[in-house]
Every structure is written in structure tokens, then in C-alpha cells.
Design a protein around this ligand. Structure first.
Ligand code: SF4
Length: 200
């Protein structure tokens, strides 16, 4: 609890809006209130959104949701999501200093969070907290990516071995890495911290 609270204070100091919730259900309720029913919502690759059931809840109440996981033309969905009113995603890792670390295969989430939709909600479960950048990259490559690769049925070494070999697989997931040292100037990013494990 203390680590998450300390991170919350740190993130506020470096330019983020922050909301801290004890449970995923509270975070879900908050996000459904914070996003207007008429707003378009883009979603970046995000198990945390899935875990919260947000995509379904938003669609059911009438929000236009664009998510490449669920559309035939995935690239069109990625572009539409990056032009939405609101963007929902997670972070792969957040350091004690408040550095937010994400790795993408396509770069759509990186682009959206760097200078995309005017409002970004980044959902971060306590399992994403890491000591520093080195620990963050280790977590992403050896915990998150293997699980994701397995889920997607990708032919990458990490899907089989459960660890990264810095592969040259055609289906390599790790093609671009973005570290936010501070909240980027042109963006309004709200970090939704949750005291439960969410996503990978
Ligand atoms: S570089 Fe390759 S093996 Fe390593 S995590 Fe990424 S996809 Fe997996």
C-alpha cells in the first residue's frame, strides 16, 4: 500500500493527474463516470482494460469504441483509436521515480500516449511497479511479453521459453521502447493506480 501511495505522490509531482483505488471495481466505476457517454474511446493493447470489463461496459452504454484487438482492419482501428476523444491503455512498468515504461510492436500506444488523444487514462495495477528502469525492462521482457506472446499464439522464443532471447523473430513484439521521465507537455495523462494486480 505504501509503495503505491508514494508512487502516487511522485507522479503528481512530475505532472500527472493521479487517482488511486484499492480495488479494480472502484477504478472501473470511476472511469465509467469520468468518460462521457458521447465521447469516442480508443483502446491500446491492454489486458487491464479487459480485466476491468471496460470495453464491454462502454459499448453497452453507447460509446463508440475503437480497439484493434476486436476489429478486422487492425491498422485502421489503431489509427482511429489514436484520434479518439479519450484513450485507455495500461503501462508495462512504472519505476519508483515515476518513469513510465512501455514497449510496443506497432507503436500505436506509444504514439497515442506521447501526443495523441487529448485525454489519456493509463491504468496501472500494483504488479507493474518496479524499482528502476533495469527492473522495468526485465519485467516487460521476461514476464509481460512471454505471457502476451503465448496468449496471441506468436512464434517467438519467449512464448516457448518464458524468457526473452532478444530475438529476431518476424513476430517479435518488442520493436519500440518509450520511457516517460515526466508527463509530456502536450498531453493530459491521468494515471489510475490500483492496489490490485491487473494485466501482465
Ligand atoms: S525480443 Fe523477442 S523473445 Fe524477447 S520478449 Fe520480445 S518478442 Fe519475446
Amino acid at each position: 500500500m505504501q509503495a503505491v501511495q508514494e508512487l502516487s505522490e511522485r507522479l503528481k509531482k512530475i505532472g500527472y493527474q493521479v487517482r488511486l483505488f484499492q480495488t479494480a471495481a472502484q477504478a472501473r466505476r470511476y472511469l465509467l463516470e469520468a468518460i462521457g457517454p458521447e465521447e469516442t474511446v480508443g483502446i491500446g493493447g491492454c489486458m487491464s482494460v479487459k480485466d476491468l470489463g471496460l470495453d464491454q461496459a462502454l459499448r453497452q452504454r453507447g460509446n463508440a469504441v475503437r480497439w484493434h484487438w476486436e476489429e478486422e482492419d487492425a491498422n485502421a482501428a489503431r489509427r482511429a483509436a489514436n484520434a479518439a476523444d479519450v484513450y485507455l491503455c495500461s503501462a508495462n512498468a512504472v519505476t519508483e521515480k515515476g518513469q513510465i515504461v512501455n514497449i510496443d510492436g506497432f507503436g500505436n500506444r506509444l504514439a497515442a500516449t506521447l501526443f495523441g488523444p487529448g485525454r489519456v487514462y493509463m491504468i496501472v495495477g500494483k504488479n507493474k511497479l518496479c524499482k528502476d528502469l533495469e527492473a522495468s525492462l526485465d519485467r516487460i521482457k521476461n514476464v509481460a511479453c512471454p505471457k502476451n506472446a503465448k496468449r496471441l499464439g506468436l512464434q517467438t522464443p519467449c512464448a516457448v521459453l518464458g524468457r526473452c532471447t532478444d530475438c529476431s523473430s518476424p513476430q517479435r513484439m518488442c520493436k519500440a521502447t518509450l520511457v516517460f521521465d515526466r508527463c509530456p507537455g502536450g498531453q493530459r495523462i491521468e494515471v489510475v493506480l490500483v492496489e490490485e494486480e491487473l494485466g501482465y
